[in-house]
Write a protein that binds this ligand. Sequence first.
Ligand SMILES: CCCCCCCCCC/C=C\CCCCCCCCCC(=O)SCCNC(=O)CCNC(=O)[C@H](O)C(C)(C)COP(=O)(O)OP(=O)(O)OC[C@H]1O[C@@H](n2cnc3c(N)ncnc32)[C@H](O)[C@@H]1OP(=O)(O)O
Ligand SMILES: Cc1cc2nc3c(=O)[nH]c(=O)nc-3n(C[C@H](O)[C@H](O)[C@H](O)COP(=O)(O)OP(=O)(O)OC[C@H]3O[C@@H](n4cnc5c(N)ncnc54)[C@H](O)[C@@H]3O)c2cc1C
Length: 639
Amino acid sequence: MEGGDHLAHERKKAQFDVEAMKIVWAGSRHAFEVSDRISKLVASDPAFRKDNRPMLSRKELFKNTLRKAAYAWKRIIELRLSEEEASKLRFYVDEPAFTDLHWGMFLPAIKGQGTEEQQQKWLPLAYKMQIIGCYAQTELGHGSNSSKWWPGGLGKISTHAVVYARLITDGQDHGVHGFIVQLRSLDDHSPLPGITVGDIGMKFGNGAYNTMDNGVLRFDHVRIPRDQMLMKVSQVSREGKYSQSNVPRQLVYGTMVFVRQTIVADASCALSRAVCIATRYSAVRRQFGSQNGGPETQVIDYKTQQSRLFPLLASAYAFRFVGEWLKWLYTDVTQRLQANDFSTLPEAHACTAGLKSLTTAATADGIEECRKLCGGHGYLCSSGLPELFAVYVPACTYEGDNTVLLLQVARFLVKTLSQLGSGKQPVGTTAYMGQVEHLMQCHCNVQKAEDWLKPAVILEAFEARSARMSVACAKNLSKFTNPEEGFAELSGDLVEAAIAHCQLIIVSKFIEKLQQDIPGKGVKQQLGVLCNIYALFLLHKHQGDFLSTGCITPKQAYLANEQLRALYSQARPNAIALVDAFNYTDHYLGSILGCYDGNVYPKLYEAAWKDPLNDSVVPDGYREYIWPMLKQQLRTARL
Ligand SMILES: CCCCCCCCCC/C=C\CCCCCCCCCC(=O)SCCNC(=O)CCNC(=O)[C@H](O)C(C)(C)COP(=O)(O)OP(=O)(O)OC[C@H]1O[C@@H](n2cnc3c(N)ncnc32)[C@H](O)[C@@H]1OP(=O)(O)O
Ligand SMILES: Cc1cc2nc3c(=O)[nH]c(=O)nc-3n(C[C@H](O)[C@H](O)[C@H](O)COP(=O)(O)OP(=O)(O)OC[C@H]3O[C@@H](n4cnc5c(N)ncnc54)[C@H](O)[C@@H]3O)c2cc1C
């Protein structure tokens, strides 16, 4: 079959209004319209071509990124794009660049930690890109204070950095503070005296994150003017006297709360992209199972394929909604901070750290699973999946290693439990801990598989599991005379308790989403199916937790799995429409396997011939290496 829509028959099966679902996915009609318009703008502009990335050398790749970044900036100005539109443009250009750190970390660090005066001086320069900044926190060897190592944009492009370093006055160490430091001349881009700066070298995968100049930075007697210390949290006077404002010191880490929140939103984008590719290809691909000479089975109809693919589809939607909620939480905490209310900062920190950890880990694993779901063709660069994995997987490490972040959540949980004794009522995402007595002894009321579809039943099971795991950790911790020693010894269990808590947040935010008014025929019903798949898939995967804490019985675990299978059958006819609702262009997907029309095989065949290796029939090197070897073999054979 040539041309046409090879997935048309699948699209006809949809039991819901896809256009309405597109709006739910985008967040609002306005967000949908902006996203749709900008994605088409990028896709139709040859300057944003990206299919050649895996073939380019590092130098060519990097220069190409600089060209694209400058061109994108020119278009942003010419078209007078708003910040929302500009950030969508960056998203659809789909290439990590120094600009991400400039807009995503350098600017927010100055906004969050700079005084009014400092903001007035630096922000206009940064907004007009008259200076380019990065965020330099990580060191080559922890605590070595020797060299900064890793900051994106630092290696070759940034003119300035927010550098985190220890502040010492009069021999007294006041801990880590942020400083704005000029690194390179604004005239000829050469490093300023005393500054050594460069790129740290090639990273995982061709193309991928190698468009970014992650860098190394060393200082040798570099003087930073006093007014370039970010002074919202603490100050040094002209006389060298150190003082602190009436705000928590933790605000120094505020940029991380912001960025982690954006990383959660980004996880749903990366996962949905991989799932879109794997779902479309699974409907196109037929393999075995032919009956009476009829067509072979579409691989999407195999239950094993469904049980690997549909939880990922459901996770993409779940991460979307928890990301939306986290954005709200971040906006709320920011407004409170402006009004000197710091009470919700620890919760915002725990939620952003924990959800960053959970969603990036599931997304990185999910992209790799999608590659396997596409069989051998998934391994081709033209599937789009190898590069997506390579570019995404460092999200498990940057902005805080995922395990380190879960330990931060665990500390927050243990602290919340310990405060129950003093009568402090937990609020927000830990409000359920207030019911700890009930949750420690409640019994799950599931008697038949459909009982697992009741939101209250699911919520109680997840709350009881999380509360029981945290309480068990707290009890074990109390056996240690040295709390830090206990924390280190029990860190494995603490991480598991933190995961249980974060999974509960995601499940409960999905359920809350379904309580809203969601217009469009069948839309809410499909989201209900996905929500139940997400929750029951987690319950099935972690049934050891639910069983060992006595939250459910083995029979109830069995019934959950039975219900899960039924839900997969309900999702099946809607699968293609559910990924169409992401509204991704073929340019953004960058995948032959995931192309909208499903015309996979002719495109794969054509693409193979475009590989530079196929430019000539006889490859370079044949004459030099292979021909002499063959001749040698022939001579030996004749002898
Ligand atoms: C108009 C044109 C527009 C154009 C638009 C373009 C659009 C582009 C936009 C792009 C947008 C976004 C893109 C962003 C791209 C990002 C790319 C990724 C780059 C990656 C960058 C990095 O990796 S930066 C380095 C990050 N490093 C880490 O995350 C380190 C992890 N370690 C920690 O977090 C540690 O906690 C710490 C180092 C911060 C502190 O350790 P320390 O041991 O000193 O302290 P504790 O851990 O004991 O904590 C002490 C108390 O502080 C609390 N805490 C800790 N962290 C925080 C926090 N972040 N916020 C609040 N509170 C915090 C902790 O709970 C302890 O509290 P108490 O228990 O109460 O004492
Ligand atoms: C692509 C990329 C881009 C980056 N961009 C930037 C940037 O722009 N700016 C910047 O400042 N940094 C950046 N980083 C650095 C990044 O933030 C750090 O790599 C990250 O925070 C992890 O720290 P680490 O490398 O020191 O890992 P380590 O802390 O050395 O972790 C190594 C291992 O030790 C474990 N571990 C560490 N501490 C503990 C503990 N307390 N308890 C139990 N286990 C522990 C971890 O779980 C991990 O398994 C970037 C990194 C990458 C990969």
